[in-house]
Write a protein that binds this ligand. Structure first.
Ligand SMILES: Cc1cc2nc3c(=O)[nH]c(=O)nc-3n(C[C@H](O)[C@H](O)[C@H](O)COP(=O)(O)OP(=O)(O)OC[C@H]3O[C@@H](n4cnc5c(N)ncnc54)[C@H](O)[C@@H]3O)c2cc1C
Length: 292
């Protein structure tokens, strides 16, 4: 009997992943699972654990590079409606892990609730952005999280309140495998003012990042106060290519995948950048992009 007996409707085998990532690269998942409810997620997670099948949680794939050989395990996506539900009540917003953040940002601004505008132009889901503490110069998502509802690999659900949450530069202390929902505490403000702020931040991003090209955002973490982009730029790497992967000419910490690129091209370019920056500045860059 196959391990996924009773779960046939939510499990796909040998499922393409490239189109589910912003890079548009990489091979298939041995198993791709889209549970419809938290109960179904818990049941399938227990079955995966009993069968020693590695689990990977996919958000919008905006910070992911999937290798060409694909993922030898189960990729779980929380994109079914129950996981995308958004509920706005007074200054609290409860959103499912699969909710699209750029859409949520606009929805809150229009409802007259401020605090998430800093995430304008950052593609991702609520789960992925909390896991990565997404943000930048305008602020980070973590500062607005009142509570996170999570599930571990035993299928146990629990809530982590603000006092127990720690958000750091592109990191959070959430160890549970799945973030399934979050509650944000926002601040009432004038909707028109908030929507203009969202637009302003989005324009800034559009002017400084290659938003229309295939990428995964910043490839490297800033190191000891040094901007990774500035180090790459100083090393003369802007515009340098390996195969069909190129260091963006607009933002040196972005790698863009040209048509025909492979994940191997991106990985080779990542190696080249790390080597050159190390030689010229003695800084060893660490990747921010998650590689599966
Ligand atoms: C054009 C572009 C611009 C970007 N600009 C920025 C920026 O300004 N600032 C910034 O911080 N980032 C930026 N990024 C990166 C990306 O938007 C963020 O890292 C975002 O948090 C990714 O969210 P996601 O849902 O796509 O997660 P994914 O890329 O799908 O996954 C990222 C990680 O989160 C985990 N994860 C996803 N969902 C869950 C969940 N429900 N529970 C537990 N773990 C989960 C995954 O397993 C993985 O480890 C940019 C990316 C692009 C393509």
């Amino acid at each position: 009997m196959v391990w996924y007996a009773d779960f046939e409707t939510i499990v796909k085998t040998d499922a393409p992943l490239a189109s589910r990532t912003w890079f548009g690269l990489g091979g298939p998942a041995k198993y791709f699972i889209a549970p419809r409810t938290a109960g179904e997620l818990a049941a399938v997670v227990c079955r995966l654990r009993d069968n020693n099948i590695p689990m990977y949680v996919l958000g919008a794939g905006a910070n992911l590079l999937i290798r060409d050989q694909g993922v030898d395990g189960a990729v779980i996506s929380l994109h079914e409606p129950e996981f995308r539900d958004v509920d706005i009540s007074e200054r609290h917003v409860r959103a499912g892990a699969g909710a699209d953040v750029p859409r949520l940002v606009l929805q809150c601004a229009k409802a007259g609730l401020g605090g998430l505008e800093c995430l304008a132009g950052i593609p991702g889901t609520v789960g992925g952005e909390i896991r990565m503490n997404a943000g930048g110069v305008f602020g980070n998502i973590g500062s607005r999280v009142l509570a996170a509802r999570v599930m571990d690999t035993h299928g146990r659900i629990y809530t982590i309140a603000r006092d127990d949450l720690v958000f750091d530069y592109r990191r959070s202390n959430i160890n549970a495998k799945f973030i399934i929902q979050a509650t944000f505490e926002l601040v009432p403000d004038d909707p028109q003012r908030l929507v203009s702020r969202v637009k302003e931040i989005w324009m800034y991003k559009r002017n400084t990042q290659p938003l229309a090209e295939s990428s995964a955002g910043c490839i490297f973490r800033n190191a000891n106060g040094f901007s990774a982009g500035a180090l790459i730029d100083q090393a003369g790497l802007k515009g340098v290519s390996v195969g069909r992967a190129q260091v963006s000419t607009r933002h040196a910490n972005f790698i863009v995948a040209r048509p025909g690129a492979t994940a191997a091209d991106v990985l080779a370019l990542i190696d080249l950048i790390r080597r050159r920056v190390r030689e010229q500045t003695n800084v060893l860059l660490e990747t921010e992009v998650i590689i599966w």
